[in-house]
Design a protein around this ligand. Structure first.
Ligand code: UDP
Length: 477
């Protein structure tokens, strides 16, 4: 009988695109692999390295090391309005050789490479090293499928738009009912990348290419679970033979073998005052408000949110990170009369331990930009959402969150933000005696239980994680 070869020491080199939305899930995956005896080398860009490590409980953990490579950006590029595009291009241009050189120096030798989305150039690193590669694509499965289908949308002439008037003339409501695995959705739900009039749109091309290049990897890893997106996942599995749905990662982390203190790699300092403030609030009474690590609000959007929150009369905890407001501003941009009016019932912080906050019993609703990490963390915490999507997959995430036939755990704000609607949606979600609110709370509790079951031993995500551990061992030469 042929002997199955097992790696004595599987060693994964992980390299995420350097922003929180990619770093956080990749790090969680790294911790999960490490907890099952896989050696992990987590590669940051030099620019983030010290900033991230200062706060990491993983520093110095046996078998888990951090390394860094230069990102090739000039300092002026870091302040440019298109800094993410510049970073993307710079990584592609300058990181492949340093990653290969780093991997060749590592002992024991690297046996697989795990990437996040947007760094597909590093699939070539795995090729050069002759080891298998895996992509942890950080969006929902529906977000990934929509990104794959950007090509067909372009070929069929839905995007780019003919002119700017198509952004507001109802064209974005065009039904898209031909994507196998998805219910009928609006064109505008697909992704922010269809909302361009530029026939050479860089973002559209990059997203499409990056998603399609996942086919070159040995496995696609998704932070979702089978019960949440069954039809989409069936469709994806027809195209990608090895799909590992291991989410919600936040939930899976709690079931690590020998869990130690969590990694908590965070680009900003977490404000510790949140928990004591929440402890003093009634169960389910607080609205948590956060727009993630990248979103930038215009001053008028900031004002609509602020006055909408003031209009609810509810306690709220709002994360206003430096740079949330256009012009590289943060809290200082909040209107002073809003701050005065809400003084006794709000806490505003620059950054918090979001997973912990969402799981605090005082939190009863989440006003969110519908980033996928935030959405999965909210699902796992059983907290219903008011959704204000604005970029990339946030539109399709919120479509599923709010769809009554899908998850039924949220209400979406109109694209033209209005303070009255912010207040009304929050009340409908959280107010006593709101029939719709009660239904969403019931659905949120149901999805929470399903997420817990999926990540528990025997559950779908747990089994997928086991399959992934196994394949990492078997793929060793
Ligand atoms: N986050 C956090 N503290 C905060 C706000 C956000 O730890 O005060 C984390 C949040 O838990 C999530 C990530 O930042 O894991 C945001 O990722 P998401 O995909 O939701 O949005 P993005 O930042 O990519 O737009």
């Amino acid at each position: 009988m042929e002997e199955i070869k097992r790696a004595a020491a599987p060693h994964a080199m992980l390299f995420p695109f350097p922003c929180s939305g990619h770093i956080n899930p990749t790090l969680k995956l790294g911790e999960l692999l490490h907890s099952r005896g896989v050696r992990v080398t987590f590669v940051n860009t030099e620019h983030n390295h010290e900033r991230l490590l200062r706060r990491s409980a993983l520093r110095g953990r046996e078998g888990f090391r951090f390394e860094s490579v230069p990102d090739g950006l000039e300092n002026a590029d870091r302040r440019a309005p298109d800094k993410t595009v510049r970073l993307y291009l710079s990584l592609r241009r300058s990181c492949r050789a340093p990653l290969v050189a780093l991997a060749r120096r590592l002992v024991p030798r690297v046996t697989c490479v795990v990437l996040s989305g947007l760094v597909s150039f590093a699939l070539g690193v795995a090729e050069e090293l002759a080891v298998p590669s895996f992509v942890l694509w950080g969006t929902s499965a529906c977000g990934f499928l929509c990104t794959l289908r950007l090509r067909q949308l372009r070929q069929r002439g839905y995007t780019p738009l003919k002119d700017e008037s198509y952004l507001t003339n109802g064209y974005l409501d065009t039904p898209i009912d031909w994507i196998t695995g998805m219910p009928p959705v609006r064109l505008g739900d697909i992704s922010s990348f269809v909302r361009t009039v530029d026939p050479t749109s860089f973002a559209l091309r990059v997203e499409e290419e990056e998603a399609n290049s996942c086919a070159k990897a040995q496995g696609l890893i998704l932070n979702t679970f089978d019960e949440l997106e069954p039809d989409v996942l069936d469709a994806l599995r027809d195209e990608f033979p090895r799909v590992y749905t291991i989410g919600p990662l936040a939930a899976a982390m709690h079931l690590r073998v020998n869990p130690g203190p969590s990694a908590g790699l965070s680009l900003w300092e977490e404000d510790a005052s949140c928990m004591a403030w929440l402890d003093a609030r009634q169960a389910g009474s607080v609205l948590y408000v956060s727009f993630g690590s990248l979103a930038v609000l215009s001053l008028s959007q900031l004002a609509e949110f602020a006055w909408g929150l003031a209009g609810t009369q509810r306690p709220f905890l709002w994360v206003v990170r430096p740079g949330l407001v256009a012009g590289d501003r943060g809290m200082e941009a909040l209107p002073s009369d809003f701050l005065e009016e809400t003084e006794n019932r709000r806490l505003i912080v620059e950054w918090c331990a979001q997973e912990q906050v969402l799981r605090h019993p005082a939190v009863g609703g989440f006003l969110t930009h519908s980033g996928w990490n935030s959405t999965t963390e909210s699902i796992w915490a059983g907290v219903p959402m008011v959704c204000a999507p604005g970029f990339a997959d946030q539109y399709i995430n919120s479509r599923y969150v709010c769809g009554e036939e899908e998850w039924g755990i949220g209400l979406r704000l109109d694209e033209q933000l209005r303070r009255e609607q912010v207040a009304a949606h929050v009340e409908e979600l959280m107010g006593e005696g709101s029939k719709k609110g009660e239904e969403m709370k019931r659905n949120a509790a149901k999805w929470k239980a399903r997420a817990e079951a999926a990540t528990a031993p025997g559950g779908s995500a747990h089994e997928n994680l086991e399959r992934l551990f196994e394949v990492l061992r078997l793929d060793e030469e």
